[in-house]
Design a protein around this ligand. Structure first.
Ligand code: FDA
Length: 394
C-alpha cells in the first residue's frame, strides 16, 4: 500500500490549489481523479478564456446558508494573491468588465500554471482512478481505488458540485460527507438559463433567440442585477438571468426592467409631444432591434401613432417595458448550470482550515461546500481560497 501524507480527491481548481500549497510545505501529496484529464472545468470556463478571479471579490458575492463562513479563507488568500501567481507565470490577462479578469489567450494557461506549481512542489496527480471505498483508520484514512490502496493522514474532498456531468461532475463528495456524519444541504442548479413553457412567451423567446438586451434590471426575491439578458430557443439567459437564477425558486415571479436607464413615462410623453405621428413600433426600434420592436409592438401593445394614445395607455406601455413579469417554467438544470447551490453544510466545517468537525483529518474544499459565488470569477476565487486554506494545514 502506498502512503502519501495527504490524498486529495478531485484534480479541479480547488484540489490543485490545495495540492500545490500542501506540497510546497513539504507534504507528500497525491491527487486522485476519475477523469482522464485534470481541470476540465477550468478549460471550459469563461468561454475558453477562464474568468479566473474578480478584483472586487467580497463575502457579499457568495450565497450560503452560513454567510460568514467564506470570510476567513477569502481574507487569507485574496484575488491579489492569485493575480500574483498569474503574473509569476507570465500569463497575460485583462479585465473584461466589472472586475472580471480573463486570460488574453486561453483557459489552459491557468490549468498549466497550476500543474507546473504542483509538479515543481512534488505533488503527484493520478487520473483515471475510481475511488471505491474510504475508511477511517487510527492514523487517518484508507482508500480502495481502481489504482490500488492508499493510506493517508489527511483526506481532502475536492470533487466539486453536480453541474455538467459530462465534465466529470458527480455527487461523490456529498456521499463521502454523509458517510462521515455530515449534513448535506439540498442542492440545485445555479448560474443557469431559465426555460419557459407559456406558448406565447416561448414563441417570443424562440423568435428572438440570440437577441441580447443590454443592461436590463432583473429582480426576484429582493435581489436585483443590472446586466445583459439574452433570448434563447428555450427561454432566457445572459449574465443578468444567470445571476438571478441562483436566487430563484420554482414558482417565483421574475421582474425585468428592459430600460432601467430611461424614465419611461416622461420619455414617452415627450416623444408624443415631439413626434405625434410616429408609430410606437418605430419608437421601440430605436431602443431594441427592429425585430424585437416589431414583436413587442404586436404582442404586448397595439401599435398606432403616438398621438392616438391616452395618457393611461402610454403609462401602461411604460409599465410593461419597465416591469415585464414572468414566471419561468424552470431552469436548464445541471446540464448547463455553471454551479451547484447547496452542498456540504459549512456549519460542520472549520472556516479557518476547511477541516470536518465530525471526522478529524477530513477536509472539504471548493464547490462541494455550501458556498456559491456570483457570476464573474467568484467561484474560482472560492476554489483558490478554500483550497489554499486547507493546503496550509493538511
Ligand atoms: P471542479 O468541478 O473544478 O473539480 C472537481 C474534480 O473532481 C473534477 O476534476 C472531477 O473530475 C473530480 N471528481 C468528481 N467526482 C469524482 C469522483 N467520484 N472520483 C474522482 N474524482 C471526481 N467559475 C468562475 O469563477 N469563472 C468562470 O469563468 C467559470 N466558468 C464556468 C464555465 C462552465 C461551463 C462551468 C461548468 C463552470 C464555470 N465556473 C466558472 C465555475 C467553476 O468552474 C467551478 O466553481 C469550479 O471549477 C469549482 O472548483 P472545484 O475544484 O470545487 O470543482
Amino acid at each position: 500500500m502506498s502512503s502519501p501524507e495527504v490524498v486529495i480527491i478531485g484534480a479541479g481548481a480547488a484540489g490543485l490549489m490545495c495540492a500545490l500549497t500542501a506540497a510546497a510545505r513539504g507534504r507528500r501529496v497525491l491527487v486522485l481523479d476519475h477523469a482522464n484529464k485534470a481541470g476540465k472545468k477550468i478549460l471550459m470556463s469563461g468561454g475558453g478564456r477562464c474568468n479566473f478571479t474578480n478584483m472586487y471579490t467580497e463575502p457579499a458575492n457568495f450565497l450560503s446558508h452560513n454567510p460568514h463562513f467564506c470570510k476567513s479563507a477569502l481574507a487569507r488568500y485574496t484575488q491579489w494573491d492569485f493575480i500574483e501567481l498569474v503574473c509569476k507565470h507570465d500569463v497575460p490577462y485583462h479585465e473584461k468588465k466589472l472586475g472580471q479578469l480573463f486570460c488574453d489567450r486561453k483557459a489552459s494557461d491557468i490549468l498549466q500554471l497550476l500543474l507546473v506549481e504542483c509538479s515543481e512542489a512534488g505533488a503527484e496527480i493520478r487520473l483515471d482512478t475510481a475511488i471505491e471505498q474510504i475508511e477511517r483508520t487510527d492514523t487517518g484514512y484508507r482508500l480502495a481505488t481502481s489504482a490500488g490502496e492508499f493510506a493517508c493522514q489527511s483526506l481532502v474532498i475536492a470533487t466539486g458540485g453536480l453541474s455538467i456531468p459530462t465534465l466529470g461532475a458527480t455527487g461523490f463528495g456529498y456521499q463521502v460527507a454523509r458517510q462521515f456524519g455530515h449534513s448535506v444541504l439540498p442542492t440545485r442548479a445555479g448560474l443557469v438559463p431559465f426555460t419557459v413553457t407559456d406558448p406565447q412567451l416561448k414563441a417570443l423567446c424562440a423568435e428572438l433567440s440570440g437577441t441580447a438586451v443590454e443592461d436590463c434590471l432583473v429582480s426576484c426575491n429582493g435581489q436585483s442585477f443590472k446586466e445583459n439578458i439574452l433570448f434563447t430557443h428555450r427561454g432566457l439567459s445572459g449574465p443578468a438571468i444567470l445571476q438571478l437564477s441562483s436566487y430563484w425558486q420554482p414558482g417565483d415571479t421574475v421582474h425585468i426592467n428592459l430600460l432601467p436607464h430611461i424614465d419611461l413615462p416622461e420619455w414617452l410623453a415627450e416623444q408624443q409631444r415631439e413626434r405625434p405621428n410616429s408609430e410606437l413600433k418605430t419608437l421601440l426600434a430605436e431602443l431594441f432591434t427592429k425585430k424585437m420592436a416589431g414583436l413587442l409592438a404586436e404582442q404586448w401593445f397595439v401599435s398606432k401613432p403616438l398621438k392616438q394614445y391616452t395618457p393611461a395607455e402610454l403609462n401602461a406601455v411604460a409599465e410593461r417595458l419597465a416591469d415585464w413579469t414572468l414566471i419561468p417554467a424552470g431552469t436548464e438544470g445541471y446540464r448547463t448550470a455553471e454551479v451547484t447551490l447547496g452542498g456540504v453544510d459549512t456549519r460542520e466545517v472549520s472556516s479557518k482550515t476547511m477541516e470536518s468537525q465530525k471526522s478529524p483529518g477530513l477536509y472539504f474544499v471548493g464547490e462541494v461546500l455550501d458556498v456559491t459565488g456570483h457570476l464573474g470569477g467568484f467561484n474560482f476565487q472560492w476554489a483558490w481560497a478554500s483550497g489554499h486554506a486547507a493546503g496550509e494545514v493538511v
